[in-house]
Design a protein around this ligand. Sequence first.
Ligand code: SAM
Length: 282
Amino acid sequence: MSEAEILSVELTEAFIRLITKHTGLKIRERERESLIKKIFLRMKALKIFSPEIYYKVLASHTIYSYVEWQKFIAILTNTESYFFRDKEQFKLLRNHIIPEIIQRQYHSKTIRFCSAGCSTGEEPYSLAIILKELIPDLEEWNLMILGLDINKEALKKAKQGIYTAWSLRSLDIKTIQKYFIKFNNKYYLDEQIKRMVDFQYTNLVTDLFIHPYSDFRDIDLILCRNVFIYFESTVIAKIIDKFYDTLQPLGYLITGHTELCGQKLSKFQTKLFPESLVYIKK
Ligand SMILES: C[S@@+](CC[C@H](N)C(=O)[O-])C[C@H]1O[C@@H](n2cnc3c(N)ncnc32)[C@H](O)[C@@H]1O
Protein backbone atom coordinates (compact mmCIF):
# COMPACT_ATOMS: atom_id res chain seq x y z
CA MET A 1 0.00 0.00 0.00
CA SER A 2 1.28 3.50 -0.82
CA GLU A 3 1.56 6.22 1.84
CA ALA A 4 -1.40 8.05 0.26
CA GLU A 5 -3.49 4.89 0.59
CA ILE A 6 -2.57 4.40 4.26
CA LEU A 7 -3.57 7.98 5.01
CA SER A 8 -7.31 8.32 4.35
CA VAL A 9 -8.73 11.44 2.70
CA GLU A 10 -10.53 12.26 5.97
CA LEU A 11 -7.35 12.02 8.03
CA THR A 12 -5.37 14.03 5.45
CA GLU A 13 -8.00 16.75 5.72
CA ALA A 14 -7.85 16.60 9.51
CA PHE A 15 -4.05 17.09 9.32
CA ILE A 16 -4.53 20.03 6.96
CA ARG A 17 -7.06 21.69 9.32
CA LEU A 18 -4.75 21.14 12.27
CA ILE A 19 -1.77 22.64 10.42
CA THR A 20 -3.77 25.71 9.38
CA LYS A 21 -5.08 26.18 12.91
CA HIS A 22 -1.62 25.91 14.40
CA THR A 23 0.49 27.77 11.84
CA GLY A 24 -1.83 29.61 9.42
CA LEU A 25 -0.33 27.66 6.51
CA LYS A 26 -2.69 26.79 3.68
CA ILE A 27 -2.08 23.38 2.09
CA ARG A 28 -3.20 23.49 -1.53
CA GLU A 29 -4.53 20.48 -3.44
CA ARG A 30 -1.26 20.14 -5.37
CA GLU A 31 0.72 20.13 -2.11
CA ARG A 32 -1.16 17.18 -0.55
CA GLU A 33 1.20 14.53 -1.86
CA SER A 34 4.23 16.32 -0.52
CA LEU A 35 2.45 16.86 2.83
CA ILE A 36 1.76 13.13 3.11
CA LYS A 37 5.47 12.43 2.48
CA LYS A 38 6.40 14.89 5.23
CA ILE A 39 3.97 13.26 7.68
CA PHE A 40 5.51 9.86 6.99
CA LEU A 41 9.01 11.28 7.29
CA ARG A 42 8.24 12.52 10.80
CA MET A 43 6.46 9.26 11.73
CA LYS A 44 9.57 7.34 10.67
CA ALA A 45 11.81 9.60 12.75
CA LEU A 46 9.57 9.07 15.79
CA LYS A 47 9.09 5.36 15.08
CA ILE A 48 5.34 5.86 14.98
CA PHE A 49 3.66 3.43 12.65
CA SER A 50 0.13 4.80 12.50
CA PRO A 51 -0.79 8.24 11.10
CA GLU A 52 -3.71 8.35 13.59
CA ILE A 53 -1.23 8.25 16.45
CA TYR A 54 0.95 10.93 14.86
CA TYR A 55 -2.15 13.10 14.46
CA LYS A 56 -2.96 12.61 18.16
CA VAL A 57 0.59 13.64 19.09
CA LEU A 58 0.25 16.89 17.15
CA ALA A 59 -3.26 17.58 18.43
CA SER A 60 -2.39 17.05 22.09
CA HIS A 61 -1.24 19.83 24.38
CA THR A 62 1.87 18.26 25.83
CA ILE A 63 5.56 19.11 25.83
CA TYR A 64 6.02 16.16 23.44
CA SER A 65 3.59 17.80 21.02
CA TYR A 66 5.30 21.20 21.38
CA VAL A 67 8.69 19.67 20.55
CA GLU A 68 7.28 17.71 17.61
CA TRP A 69 5.62 20.81 16.14
CA GLN A 70 9.09 22.44 15.98
CA LYS A 71 10.38 19.54 13.90
CA PHE A 72 7.29 19.40 11.71
CA ILE A 73 7.29 23.18 11.14
CA ALA A 74 10.93 23.01 10.06
CA ILE A 75 9.91 20.84 7.09
CA LEU A 76 6.54 22.52 6.42
CA THR A 77 7.75 26.12 6.09
CA ASN A 78 9.48 27.72 3.14
CA THR A 79 12.37 29.79 4.49
CA GLU A 80 13.69 31.24 1.22
CA SER A 81 15.08 34.74 1.81
CA TYR A 82 17.94 37.01 0.73
CA PHE A 83 19.38 40.40 1.56
CA PHE A 84 17.48 43.37 0.09
CA ARG A 85 14.90 41.03 -1.45
CA ASP A 86 12.66 43.12 -3.70
CA LYS A 87 15.05 45.92 -4.55
CA GLU A 88 12.23 48.34 -5.33
CA GLN A 89 10.63 48.02 -1.89
CA PHE A 90 14.03 48.48 -0.27
CA LYS A 91 14.65 51.55 -2.45
CA LEU A 92 11.37 52.97 -1.14
CA LEU A 93 12.35 52.14 2.44
CA ARG A 94 15.80 53.68 2.11
CA ASN A 95 14.78 56.81 0.21
CA HIS A 96 11.40 57.69 1.72
CA ILE A 97 9.96 55.64 4.53
CA ILE A 98 12.94 55.16 6.84
CA PRO A 99 14.19 58.79 6.46
CA GLU A 100 10.65 59.94 7.34
CA ILE A 101 10.58 57.71 10.44
CA ILE A 102 14.04 58.96 11.48
CA GLN A 103 12.87 62.56 11.16
CA ARG A 104 9.67 61.87 13.08
CA GLN A 105 11.54 60.11 15.89
CA TYR A 106 14.42 62.59 15.98
CA HIS A 107 13.49 63.99 19.43
CA SER A 108 12.87 60.67 21.17
CA LYS A 109 15.73 59.02 19.26
CA THR A 110 13.79 55.76 19.44
CA ILE A 111 13.04 53.52 16.49
CA ARG A 112 11.27 50.15 16.59
CA PHE A 113 11.16 47.93 13.50
CA CYS A 114 9.88 44.40 13.11
CA SER A 115 10.40 41.75 10.47
CA ALA A 116 7.56 39.26 10.96
CA GLY A 117 8.40 35.93 9.35
CA CYS A 118 12.09 36.89 9.24
CA SER A 119 13.34 33.39 8.38
CA THR A 120 17.17 33.27 8.46
CA GLY A 121 17.55 36.99 9.16
CA GLU A 122 18.34 38.56 5.79
CA GLU A 123 15.33 40.93 5.98
CA PRO A 124 15.87 42.42 9.47
CA TYR A 125 19.63 42.65 8.82
CA SER A 126 18.90 44.57 5.59
CA LEU A 127 16.92 47.05 7.72
CA ALA A 128 19.86 47.29 10.12
CA ILE A 129 22.23 48.10 7.23
CA ILE A 130 19.92 50.89 6.07
CA LEU A 131 19.69 52.38 9.58
CA LYS A 132 23.47 52.22 9.94
CA GLU A 133 23.87 54.11 6.69
CA LEU A 134 21.19 56.71 7.39
CA ILE A 135 21.92 57.54 11.06
CA PRO A 136 25.42 58.97 11.62
CA ASP A 137 25.13 59.09 15.46
CA LEU A 138 23.70 55.60 15.75
CA GLU A 139 25.03 55.00 19.28
CA GLU A 140 22.90 57.93 20.54
CA TRP A 141 19.74 56.17 19.39
CA ASN A 142 17.61 53.58 21.07
CA LEU A 143 17.02 51.13 18.24
CA MET A 144 15.08 47.91 18.22
CA ILE A 145 14.89 45.64 15.21
CA LEU A 146 12.96 42.51 16.03
CA GLY A 147 12.95 39.41 13.82
CA LEU A 148 10.09 37.01 14.50
CA ASP A 149 9.62 33.51 13.15
CA ILE A 150 7.95 30.21 13.95
CA ASN A 151 10.85 28.15 12.58
CA LYS A 152 13.43 27.69 15.34
CA GLU A 153 16.05 26.27 12.96
CA ALA A 154 15.76 29.38 10.77
CA LEU A 155 16.10 31.60 13.85
CA LYS A 156 19.23 29.73 14.92
CA LYS A 157 20.81 30.44 11.52
CA ALA A 158 19.64 34.04 11.72
CA LYS A 159 21.44 34.53 15.04
CA GLN A 160 24.64 33.04 13.60
CA GLY A 161 24.67 35.55 10.73
CA ILE A 162 26.66 33.28 8.42
CA TYR A 163 25.47 33.13 4.82
CA THR A 164 26.23 31.59 1.46
CA ALA A 165 26.64 33.67 -1.72
CA TRP A 166 23.03 32.79 -2.59
CA SER A 167 21.72 35.01 0.24
CA LEU A 168 23.87 37.89 -1.00
CA ARG A 169 22.86 37.60 -4.64
CA SER A 170 21.25 41.01 -4.92
CA LEU A 171 24.07 42.91 -3.13
CA ASP A 172 26.79 44.82 -4.97
CA ILE A 173 30.45 44.03 -4.32
CA LYS A 174 30.97 47.23 -2.29
CA THR A 175 28.19 46.36 0.18
CA ILE A 176 29.45 42.79 0.48
CA GLN A 177 32.97 44.02 1.23
CA LYS A 178 31.68 46.56 3.73
CA TYR A 179 29.41 44.28 5.77
CA PHE A 180 30.74 40.74 5.36
CA ILE A 181 33.95 38.81 5.85
CA LYS A 182 34.40 35.96 3.39
CA PHE A 183 35.96 32.83 4.86
CA ASN A 184 35.84 29.29 3.44
CA ASN A 185 33.15 30.27 0.94
CA LYS A 186 30.86 31.55 3.72
CA TYR A 187 30.02 35.17 4.39
CA TYR A 188 30.17 36.32 8.02
CA LEU A 189 27.99 39.34 8.76
CA ASP A 190 29.56 42.38 10.44
CA GLU A 191 29.23 42.10 14.25
CA GLN A 192 27.82 45.61 14.65
CA ILE A 193 24.97 44.85 12.23
CA LYS A 194 24.36 41.52 14.00
CA ARG A 195 24.08 43.28 17.36
CA MET A 196 21.38 45.59 16.00
CA VAL A 197 18.84 42.77 15.56
CA ASP A 198 17.07 40.62 18.16
CA PHE A 199 15.34 37.41 17.19
CA GLN A 200 12.36 35.93 18.91
CA TYR A 201 10.42 32.73 18.40
CA THR A 202 6.84 33.82 17.66
CA ASN A 203 3.85 32.14 16.12
CA LEU A 204 2.03 34.96 14.33
CA VAL A 205 -1.19 32.95 14.42
CA THR A 206 -1.45 31.75 18.00
CA ASP A 207 0.71 34.17 20.01
CA LEU A 208 -0.67 37.26 21.64
CA PHE A 209 1.52 40.17 20.66
CA ILE A 210 0.45 42.63 23.31
CA HIS A 211 1.35 41.47 26.79
CA PRO A 212 3.38 43.08 29.57
CA TYR A 213 6.66 41.31 28.65
CA SER A 214 6.43 41.80 24.91
CA ASP A 215 8.80 44.03 22.96
CA PHE A 216 6.36 43.89 20.12
CA ARG A 217 4.64 47.26 20.67
CA ASP A 218 4.83 50.88 19.46
CA ILE A 219 6.35 49.68 16.22
CA ASP A 220 7.28 52.22 13.52
CA LEU A 221 7.55 49.70 10.71
CA ILE A 222 6.45 46.10 10.28
CA LEU A 223 7.72 44.16 7.27
CA CYS A 224 5.80 40.96 6.70
CA ARG A 225 6.72 39.84 3.21
CA ASN A 226 6.38 36.48 1.51
CA VAL A 227 4.62 35.05 4.57
CA PHE A 228 0.93 35.62 3.83
CA ILE A 229 1.21 33.99 0.38
CA TYR A 230 1.22 30.68 2.25
CA PHE A 231 -1.67 31.58 4.60
CA GLU A 232 -5.43 31.10 4.76
CA SER A 233 -7.14 34.46 4.25
CA THR A 234 -9.16 34.33 7.52
CA VAL A 235 -5.90 33.85 9.41
CA ILE A 236 -4.32 36.81 7.59
CA ALA A 237 -7.19 39.06 8.73
CA LYS A 238 -6.57 38.18 12.38
CA ILE A 239 -2.82 38.80 12.11
CA ILE A 240 -3.40 42.16 10.44
CA ASP A 241 -5.55 43.20 13.41
CA LYS A 242 -2.74 42.21 15.74
CA PHE A 243 -0.22 44.15 13.64
CA TYR A 244 -2.51 47.18 13.76
CA ASP A 245 -2.54 47.08 17.57
CA THR A 246 1.23 46.89 17.80
CA LEU A 247 1.95 49.77 15.41
CA GLN A 248 2.50 53.38 16.49
CA PRO A 249 0.05 55.87 15.05
CA LEU A 250 1.42 56.60 11.53
CA GLY A 251 3.43 53.36 11.74
CA TYR A 252 3.92 51.45 8.48
CA LEU A 253 2.98 47.92 7.47
CA ILE A 254 4.57 46.58 4.28
CA THR A 255 3.80 43.16 2.86
CA GLY A 256 4.76 41.48 -0.39
CA HIS A 257 2.92 42.80 -3.45
CA THR A 258 -0.73 41.63 -3.60
CA GLU A 259 -0.40 39.63 -0.36
CA LEU A 260 -3.30 41.56 1.19
CA CYS A 261 -5.60 41.37 -1.84
CA GLY A 262 -9.19 40.83 -0.74
CA GLN A 263 -8.51 41.83 2.89
CA LYS A 264 -10.54 44.51 4.70
CA LEU A 265 -8.03 47.22 5.44
CA SER A 266 -10.24 50.19 6.26
CA LYS A 267 -8.42 50.81 9.55
CA PHE A 268 -5.30 51.61 7.57
CA GLN A 269 -4.57 54.50 5.25
CA THR A 270 -3.07 53.10 2.07
CA LYS A 271 -0.43 54.98 0.15
CA LEU A 272 0.66 54.01 -3.32
CA PHE A 273 4.29 54.68 -4.26
CA PRO A 274 5.64 53.67 -7.69
CA GLU A 275 7.66 50.94 -5.93
CA SER A 276 4.95 49.54 -3.65
CA LEU A 277 1.69 49.95 -1.81
CA VAL A 278 2.13 50.62 1.91
CA TYR A 279 -0.32 50.61 4.84
CA ILE A 280 -0.23 53.30 7.51
CA LYS A 281 -1.94 53.17 10.90
CA LYS A 282 -4.38 56.07 10.93
C1 SAM B 1 9.52 32.68 2.63
S1 SAM B 1 10.03 33.15 4.24
C2 SAM B 1 10.05 34.92 4.09
C3 SAM B 1 11.31 35.54 4.66
C4 SAM B 1 11.41 37.04 4.50
N1 SAM B 1 10.28 37.72 5.06
C5 SAM B 1 11.55 37.40 3.03
O1 SAM B 1 10.62 37.93 2.43
O2 SAM B 1 12.62 37.14 2.47
C6 SAM B 1 8.52 32.86 5.19
C7 SAM B 1 8.81 32.73 6.69
O3 SAM B 1 7.56 32.82 7.40
C8 SAM B 1 7.67 31.97 8.53
N2 SAM B 1 6.34 31.62 9.06
C9 SAM B 1 5.41 30.81 8.51
N3 SAM B 1 4.35 30.70 9.33
C10 SAM B 1 4.61 31.47 10.41
C11 SAM B 1 3.90 31.76 11.62
N4 SAM B 1 2.68 31.24 11.86
N5 SAM B 1 4.46 32.60 12.52
C12 SAM B 1 5.69 33.13 12.29
N6 SAM B 1 6.41 32.88 11.17
C13 SAM B 1 5.88 32.07 10.25
C14 SAM B 1 8.41 30.75 7.99
O4 SAM B 1 8.97 29.97 9.02
C15 SAM B 1 9.43 31.40 7.06
O5 SAM B 1 10.66 31.59 7.71
